[in-house]
Design a protein around this ligand. Sequence first.
Ligand code: S3P
Length: 177
Amino acid sequence: MGGQMDKNIVLIGFMGSGKTTIGRSLSQALGMAFIDMDHEIEKQEDKTIKDIFQLDGEKYFRNLETEFLKIRMDDKNIILSTGGGVILKEENRELLSRIGTIVLLHAEIEHIVNNIRDDEARKNRPLLHEEDYIGKIKRLYNEREERYLNSADLIVKTSGRDVVDIAEEIISNFELA
Ligand code: S3P
């Protein structure tokens, strides 16, 4: 696998599409720093995502996402893994494209449901704290899919593939570009 990229890599995709796992793998392979947006926001607020949603509300969280992106504009040599809802705001989409090349990890709904099925995976995902969380996943996925597709510079299918394979596809696309 090749060396460093000229540009940052921004990973977008629905919850459970593999952004964190693939981001870490890319970071190792390319020697680029891995930054997980949700994790950084949690550190900054000293609260879990679940508590931010519960105590401050979703709108507050969405503003934190935008503020976070604004301060990362000058970052270099990073793989940025975003929260699944980051593409909801046009402003965020613009900020992301200024930060780096946007790669959509595109997973099928069945794959996402499978990844998020266990309680642990849903514990810190407040949007899925519903009895019918599968119905909620389907609704959000359908609402958002077009926005994911329209925001991406590169679309990579992730369902049923292993992490190294996906990371290699991303890297080879950058090397050709
Ligand atoms: C969200 C996705 C989560 C997190 C928050 C909201 C969303 O991130 O930002 O729970 O709106 O899809 P992951 O995509 O890392 O689960």
